[in-house]
Design a protein around this ligand. Sequence first.
Ligand code: PLP
Length: 414
Amino acid sequence: MSESSELAVRAAKLDAGDGLAGVRSRFVLDDVVYLDGNSLGALPAAVPGRVEDVVRRQWGELRIRSWDESGWWTAPERIGDLVAPLVGAAAGQIVVGDSTSVNVFKALVGAVRLARLGKPVASAASAASTASVASGRDEIVVDATTFPTDGYMAESAARLTGCTLRPVTPAEVPGVLGERTAAVLLNHVDYRSGRLHDLPGLTAAVHAAGAVAVWDLCHSAGALPVGLDEHGVDLAVGCTYKYLNGGPGSPAYLYVRADLQDRFDSPLPGWNSHAEPFGMRSDYEPATGALRGRVGTPDILSMLALEAALEVWDGVSIEAVRAKSLALTDFFLECVAAYVPSGRVESVTPVAHGERGSQIALRCDDAGDVMKRLIERGVVGDFRRPDVLRFGFTPLYVGFGDVERAARVLAEVL
Ligand SMILES: *Cc1c(COP(=O)(O)O)cnc(C)c1O
């Protein structure tokens, strides 16, 4: 048997034994191999009908009554509670709304303010030092390799809070933490390389320094277990249009750990985060709970599209998704090694499972041109400047046959 037919047979066997294979029918898909769900997740089949109902009936017929009767007003917290189990959070700590960029800003400024209050921390050693240095905390540490918007927001947050920004690689973070560190903004999975960072270890290091940890979950939520509560993360943000399939520009979310909520001081205290929003009071009094992270009127159309999109998770465990994600990415690397002439591409994604998200990034000199030709042949990934072919694997709808085909077409194109 030739190498290609042997791998195709293996793919068919893996698909036959895949407990998540049936979930694909919950999406609207065609015969394109879609490996760009880490940029824009595919359309869940329940969404068009829900959006139609929200527009025609809830808005068109009930009009303003829908703020109560259709649950519009409470949607940010209600949908936050649907995201919560996917990132290992108990209910009442996540609010959906705004973009990731805006939530990075809220979280980071909020983190600096928390650090200066001298938040209680888990470790006794740092608790002792916190009180004396709390007000001297004047540094924000940020991942220098981050998705640009996070870096821009961190720069502005630093200026606003009178902090110095220290951009370092995640590996360098433990070495720069100290009594001056106020907050640390990190990515769980690097958007370019697909590297998974050590969230438990880095969070513990941040806490040991008496600082506040903010995690960006854009490339991990919906792809692998995050364990926010378990690992004591302080604040987290993430988007919902990647592995959570919420649709273009669907609202992001903000997690504020329950015991920090009453001290979380949002830099964007809009009327929706007021204790008594319809009191129309001139003085600001923050609400209690996760809804303190709200700002203005929620974007109901995209928010309720997201709510329908989250139904694809019914009966799906994030652990099963993670197991399949690793199997898919392993199989892709194996197929690429078998089909693509050696030296033509080089994976920049770590081989170790503990360091890999749900994507494979291949470096290749003419990556822009190669991706264009892949897309013409029905294999959709994306190109990240200057030289990276990025393939995202969404276990809810990508199968092993897709993986084999993608690698085969890549070899043909190359
Ligand atoms: C996708 C992504 C964003 C997107 O931010 P928006 O405000 O939704 O445009 C931000 N940060 C990271 C790390 C991302 O991967």
